[in-house]
Design a protein around this ligand. Structure first.
Ligand SMILES: [Zn+2]
Length: 294
């Protein structure tokens, strides 16, 4: 959804609350503490959207137990911030978000972290069909240089204390992607990750010939491509996951010159989420639905 539409549709705090109540509860508001439905709107007009639960006697609002809980940032800024983050092709720095929304940088950073929290919830995909798996190595700053198990074709890291963060990932061809940082890229870590995210009974796995993938055939049909010889052999290739790695690297390297391992992990979440909603007709509505479905 474009910014102007968000701005027009949600001109104030009340309209945002009303929208969240309708998405979260529909016609059946319930208490987030005890799940009881014996609830009533508070009568005082001053604090909008407050409810009382007659079951557990708690007071609550639609923001309880969501990423918006106890926020001091106006909801309209949240909605615009979500639209900005979702619209950003690469990523959006919290400095940029602070400027766009007239927030201080701390608030913008907090908002961005919370938006990513909601993205984490939504990025735990289970893949089927033709699934490609691969690893990437991201250059991140740090004081403990760590030796990588594998080289890749990134430019050499610059500066003292630079290390590369291994990331493991899998993609359903034409579908969703999952990726996460992994301190080590070993047969054990790859097996654990892939077994969690790939439907072994209903998939075919494609990888390169990295030895750590050797035993994958034990639980899923497995084909490998020898990158020393060629990159595509009919259906056997890893072009989709490699395409995702280039998106991820562009998002990372395009925004900041210095980022920590922790930030890189957050970028990975954001990049996966955005990739997975690429076909959505209304990413904003999908995000809001996800953010309040607690
Ligand atoms: Zn209750």
């Amino acid at each position: 959804m474009d910014l102007l539409r968000v701005f027009r549709q949600f001109p104030d705090h009340e309209s945002c609350i009303e929208h969240l109540e309708s998405v979260r509860w529909g016609d059946f508001p319930s208490c987030p503490h005890c799940n009881g439905s014996n609830v009533a709107r508070k009568a005082d007009g001053e604090r909008i959207g407050r409810w009382n639960c007659h079951g557990c006697k708690a007071s609550f609002n639609v923001l309880s137990k969501t990423i918006f809980q106890k926020t001091k940032i106006p909801l309209q800024k949240w909605f615009l911030g979500i639209a900005l983050v979702l619209n950003a092709k690469k990523s959006l720095s919290s400095c940029q978000l602070a400027r766009d929304l007239d927030l201080n940088q701390k608030s913008a950073w907090y908002m961005k972290m919370r938006i990513r929290e909601a993205m984490v919830e939504d990025s735990d995909a289970f893949l089927h069909g033709i699934v490609e798996a691969d690893e990437a190595f991201l250059a991140v700053d740090g004081s403990n240089p760590r030796k990588n198990n594998r080289n890749d074709d990134d430019p050499p890291p610059r500066g003292r204390g630079t290390k590369k963060l291994p990331v493991i990932g899998a993609i359903e061809r034409g579908g969703k992607v999952v990726a996460q940082p992994s301190p080590k890229v070993t047969a054990k870590s790859l097996h654990k990750f892939l077994k969690r995210h790939v439907d072994g009974g209903d998939s075919v796995l494609m990888t390169d010939q990295f030895p750590a993938y050797r035993r994958m055939g034990d639980w899923v049909p497995h084909f490998t491509i020898n990158h020393a010889v060629r990159y595509v052999e009919g259906l056997i290739h890893t072009n989709s996951i490699e395409g995702f790695w280039s998106l991820l690297k562009r998002a990372l390297y395009g925004q900041h010159h210095h980022y920590s391992t922790e930030h890189a992990a957050a970028y990975i979440v954001e990049a996966c989420y955005k990739y997975n909603i690429r076909k959505s007709a209304n990413p904003f509505a999908d995000f809001i639905r996800g953010a309040v479905s607690v």
